[in-house]
Ligand binder design. Structure first.
Ligand code: XIL
Length: 322
């Protein structure tokens, strides 16, 4: 077997994944080749979001998500389902309605069962809840919180587990990578869920980071460790590293970026329940970051023409030394 992130990750027993959009997957052959060669896990970047799956009331359309899942099956890759419950990407037809608590509960239950049963046995891990806590540690305001109250979190995990008892269930969050008010609040939440025997198996740390605001390394390790001590798996779910505005030449920026990828994967390996790391995309060509920040950037492992970047070699090196 040729040397790749994938082959080394498989020897280490971890997942190395990437988020994918339906467009490059159906039109860019090089994208598909690199994806299948270098990664053993896939996260659909948008295709499994509520609005995408169910743009019209009562009419689910699984075409794009199924295409991504089929690709994963053909290439023997794990699928991380993303995401069952989020405050964003809720379809307009739903937001427009004025519903009682019981009705919102029923909508959420039906959505989770419809989606998780559809993919039962094909999605290995679900981001059941995405981003439910704000930076100040309070629950994120949302259609679900307003309609149901914070009990929606526990309900969602229980329903996902009933719909697909074989899937690993994650709570996924951004900005809670090291020790801060958000990660403290997420920790308390998960501690409570674990105590109440809610079926939650892991914490996803998104890891959208920037060279200008690096996560605190010791804080990251301490944070991952406290979640691991709750018995939870640790997964870096959406890593990308922005270089915009960081000092030095492009070459120096890309080297600093590689060091950040290296440090974070090394930190992960110090945690016994570390399960895997996924980047939010394969190539800088299709990264979501320029649209999100408004600046050109190069946050991933492959450049716009699919050349290996220093960050790629850094991860390869960490895996090789395991
Ligand atoms: C992003 C997608 O990549 C974009 O295409 C879309 O426009 C916005 O959402 N955290 C998440 C992901 O959990 O769902 C987001 O994905 C990136 C931030």
């Amino acid at each position: 077997m040729t040397l790749s992130l994938r082959s080394l990750a498989e020897e280490c027993g971890i997942w190395i994944g990437a988020a994918v959009g339906i467009e490059p997957l159906s039109s860019d052959g090089t994208f598909c080749d690199v994806l299948a060669r270098e990664f053993n896990a896939i996260t659909p970047d948008n295709a499994m979001k509520f609005e995408h799956l169910c743009p019209e009331m009562g009419q689910y359309n699984f075409r794009d998500a199924d295409e991504i899942v089929s690709f994963a099956q053909v290439h023997r890759m794990h699928v991380r389902g993303h995401t069952l419950v989020w405050h964003r990407r809720i379809p307009q037809w739903l937001l427009k309605q004025d519903l009682s608590r019981d009705q919102v509960v029923a909508v959420l239950e039906e959505h989770i069962f419809t989606v998780a049963e559809h993919f039962r046995g094909r999605v290995a891990a679900w981001d059941v809840i995405n981003e439910a806590v704000e930076e100040n540690g309070l629950f994120q305001d949302s259609f679900w919180l307003r309609g149901i109250g914070s009990e929606y979190l526990e309900l969602a995990f229980r329903w996902a587990n009933q719909a697909d008892p074989g899937a690993l269930l994650f709570y996924n969050e951004w900005g809670g990578e090291d020790l801060n008010r958000k990660s403290d609040a997420v920790y308390s939440l998960l501690q409570k869920l674990v105590q109440h025997r809610v079926p939650v198996h892991g914490i996803g740390l998104q890891m959208h980071v920037s060279l200008m605001e690096p996560p605190d390394r010791q804080g990251l390790v301490a944070n991952m460790r406290r979640f691991a001590d709750l018995g939870l798996q640790i997964y870096i779910t959406e890593m990308d590293v922005q270089i915009h505005n960081s000092p030095g030449s492009l070459k120096q920026q890309l080297e600093a970026q590689a060091e950040m990828y290296r440090e974070i994967l090394e930190a992960c390996f110090s945690i016994s329940t570390f399960k895997g790391l996924s980047t939010w995309g394969v190539t800088d060509r299709y990264s979501w970051i320029p649209q999100f920040t408004g600046y050109p950037d190069a946050p991933l492992l492959f450049d716009e023409s699919y050349q290996f970047k220093p960050a790629y070699w850094a991860l390869l090196d960490v895996l090789q030394s395991r």
